[in-house]
Design a protein around this ligand. Structure first.
Ligand SMILES: *Cc1c(COP(=O)(O)O)cnc(C)c1O
Length: 376
């Protein structure tokens, strides 16, 4: 059997090696390493795929969030609401820019930010909300956009884990994750659903003026060459990464289908086991399974992970510490017990291997090994 990894980038590469190698060599031959034609071509392809007017490539997903907030003109002291159950980047840039991160609890079924909790946290200082489409499915965007409209807030979607997922509005219309708010942010970190072979990211928007400002901010705040009207940053997607992404984008729907097949296998194996809660599908979103995450009920989590590891099966905890309990973000406003859903999840979740190359034999071993420990 092939070795089981959380993410198997090697096998994925081997399946598209010819196309990828050609794309990389074309960039090297052209020597257009920065802002070369590959970047514009990938940008156009991604705009078409997402059905969004503007894609602004940048250096990584964290930059995409930071640049969004800078381009929207948020000011120090502004409050920005985000979820307590996420990767740190979502809150990091808020703090870094001198805004005040306000964290709120999540929905126990979808793990995504709870609109009711957002509403309770809104103050006259609140300027923006950062919903994170965690593990591959969209947050409740109908409710979030309603709140944003009512309270005049910007919405910056963190779609780093959900590229390609589709949000289904109450009226039946659909939009891709990241194309609903003022901006959407994604990461092309290698293990993300659309990953490159280094760092990369992008911002999405349908707002023409905002798109212009985003392009200025990623390029040193430069409007005309060597004239700087704003304080910006240097954040670019390089041409080699763009060429790789242009190839991989063609396979993104196929990759999502493969992830869904693996998820369906897991679901079936664990169905009706009272000790294992399988991922709940939110009725208003498709799922692209960046992670397949179980919530354990009365199972020794460390013991389960050790048991899996002893069979060379990796398993990970996303995320072990709620945002408000992270050392760097400790704040007298928050204490243990404030966000019970997040705190429960941090103690009881476990993510199983999830990628585009999992085969039946591997899935069989993973599920039987989980059940062997859980049922003993
Ligand atoms: C990966 C990730 C980021 C950051 O992306 P980088 O490209 O690593 O900077 C931000 N938010 C979430 C939810 C992520 O999963």
């Amino acid at each position: 059997m092939k070795k089981i990894n959380m993410v198997d980038l090697k096998s994925q590469y081997e399946n598209i090696k010819g196309e990828i190698d050609t794309a990389i060599h074309e960039v090297i031959d052209s020597t257009a390493f920065i802002n070369g034609p590959a970047v514009q071509q990938f940008q156009k392809d991604l705009e078409a795929f997402l059905g969004v007017k503007h894609v602004i490539p940048c250096g990584n997903g964290t930059d995409a969030l930071q640049v969004s907030m800078m381009a929207l003109g948020l000011k120090p002291g502004d409050e920005v609401i985000t979820t307590s159950f996420t990767f740190i980047a979502s809150a990091e840039v808020i703090a870094l820019l001198g805004y005040t991160p306000v964290v709120v609890d999540v929905d126990p079924e979808t793990f995504n930010i709870a609109p009711k909790a957002i509403e309770r946290a809104i103050t006259p200082k609140t300027k923006a909300v950062v919903p994170v489409h965690l593990f591959g499915q969209c947050a409740d965007m109908d409710a979030i956009m309603d709140l944003a409209k009512k309270h005049n807030l910007f919405v910056i979607e963190d779609a780093c884990q959900a590229i390609g997922a589709e949000y289904i509005f109450k009226d039946g219309t659909t939009k891709k994750a990241g194309t609903i708010g003022n901006t959407g942010c994604t990461s092309f970190f290698p293990s993300k659903n659309l990953g490159c072979y280094g760092d990369g990211g992008a911002i999405f928007t349908n707002d023409d003026d905002l798109a212009k400002q985003l392009r200025v901010v990623v390029n040193h705040g430069m409007t005309v060459r060597y004239y700087h009207d704003f304080i910006g940053v240097n954040s670019r997607l390089d041409s080699i990464q763009a060429a790789i992404l242009k190839v991989k984008l063609k396979y993104l729907n196929e990759y999502a289908a493969k992830r869904n097949q693996a998820a369906a296998y897991y679901d079936k194996a664990f169905a009706n086991n009272p000790k294992l809660k399988t991922p709940v599908r939110f009725k208003n979103s498709t799922h692209v399974f960046h992670q397949y995450t179980l919530v354990l009920n009365g199972v020794d989590r460390a013991g389960l992970i050790a048991h899996l590891n002893s069979k060379n099966i990796p398993a990970m905890i996303y995320y072990p510490v709620p945002l408000h309990m992270q050392k760097a973000y400790l704040d007298p406003r928050y204490k243990e017990g404030d966000f019970p859903v997040t705190e429960h999840l941090c103690k009881n979740v476990v993510s199983l291997p999830m990628h585009t190359e999992l085969d039946q034999e591997q899935l069989e071993l993973i599920t039987s090994s989980v059940l062997e420990f859980v049922n003993r």
